[in-house]
Design a protein around this ligand. Structure first.
Ligand code: KG4
Ligand code: ZN
Length: 340
């Protein structure tokens, strides 16, 4: 079995996977309630919480699957990117365990964890990775589309300013919704109507034809119109719902604008699948949209189960397994320069 450890941000997570990628257990100790009074993640609180929860969580995971310490054959841990103090708790803990148990330690890039997470499904059992797929990583810290070919990862674009999840969180905070903002906005948007005349959000385009994302313009417009039209959580619920529906739609429209442009620039052999990962990929409206996009083009779309969209250790262990499987392969997993 492989033990996965994730402590890069505000969730302490521990998972045990069989070596074929089957998830035996995936535990998450969320700190959201501890950070909520501050409207965002407080790094010092995050580190302390990880320290408190990490080892009890590993013991509980072993108990849950009736396994013992000697069943752990290797350990995968998130080594970055993330909050430095939070990462240190996970890495130091994993190093100690690796030394004590005499098992190898695999340092995993958090983004690689998200990138491969759509293949962690079907009741926990992994499905085979295609030769080529496009992967969106859309979370609180990242917004990028990657081209994954034979295990080699190429970043095709990235955000020039805010990440999409960060934009959800900041605008939600401005209108008085609790952290994290994404699920809160989604909930309000369900009852809303898209009204682009009332809320005219921009579609950013760059003069140099770059396909990068940019969310600061939508954020600024959201804050401007919310202030001007007095959109608040304690205000008119209809107006709030319409605002959330239109704002969310504008954020997603940009994802599809870039996807269409990237798709038209790709050369054969075309990617067999398009996948989405990261916290924002848990959004129901977005999931429906990407499924419809795939149906329209005859492209298979894969989405992680919602519990594997937000940060979790199962995806870290799974990426660790991918990495070891590819260790003898010259096509190594590395994030290379952008091509778009
Ligand atoms: O992947 P994640 O757990 O952590 C990072 O690596 O950043 O993503 C967290 C982000 C937050 O910004 C949160 O608001 C957003 O994902 N998020 C959502 C939804 N669930 C989480 N955004 C939109 N709709 C959701 N249902
Ligand atoms: Zn993440």
């Amino acid at each position: 079995m492989i033990l996965g450890i994730e402590t890069s941000c505000d969730e302490t997570s521990v998972a045990l996977l069989d070596s074929d990628g089957t998830v035996r257990v995936n535990l998450i100790a969320s700190q959201i309630e501890r950070h909520r009074p501050f409207g965002g993640v407080v790094p010092e609180i995050a580190s302390r919480e990880h320290l408190q929860h990490l080892f009890p969580l590993v013991s509980r995971a072993l108990d849950d699957v009736h396994a013992s310490w000697s069943d752990i054959e290797k350990i995968a841990v998130t080594a970055g990117p993330g909050l430095i103090g939070a990462l240190l708790v996970g890495v130091a803990g994993a190093q100690g365990l690796s030394y004590a148990l005499g098992v190898p330690l695999i340092a995993v890039n958090h983004l690689e964890g998200h990138l491969f997470s759509p293949y962690l499904q079907r009741d926990g059992a992994a499905v085979p990775l295609p030769d080529r797929f496009l992967s969106f990583v859309i979370s609180g810290g990242h917004s990028s589309i990657y081209d994954v070919r034979g295990g080699e990862v190429t970043m095709l674009n990235r955000t020039r300013d805010d990440a999409i999840g960060e934009t959800f969180d900041k605008v939600a905070k401005f209108i008085g919704l609790p952290y994290p903002g994404g699920p809160q906005i989604e909930k309000r948007a369900c009852d809303g109507r898209i009204d682009r005349d009332r809320f005219p959000f921009p579609m950013p385009q760059f003069k140099d034809q770059s396909l990068d994302f940019s969310y600061s313009g939508i954020k600024a417009e959201a804050i401007r119109s919310a202030r001007q039209q007095k959109i608040r959580v304690e205000g008119d619920p209809r107006a709030l719902a319409d605002f959330c529906a239109t704002f969310q739609e504008a954020l997603f429209a940009q994802l599809f604008d870039r996807l269409d442009a990237i798709w038209s620039r790709l050369r054969e052999p075309m990617p067999a699948q398009v996948v989405m990962a990261g916290g924002v990929a848990a959004n129901g409206a977005l999931r429906d949209k990407i499924i419809a996009w795939g149906e329209g083009r005859g492209v298979i779309v894969r989405l992680p189960e919602k519990r594997y969209c937000t940060d979790n250790a199962a995806m870290i262990a799974f990426a660790g397994l991918q990495r070891t499987a590819m260790a003898g392969d010259p096509r190594r997993v590395t994030a290379r320069s952008r091509v778009a």
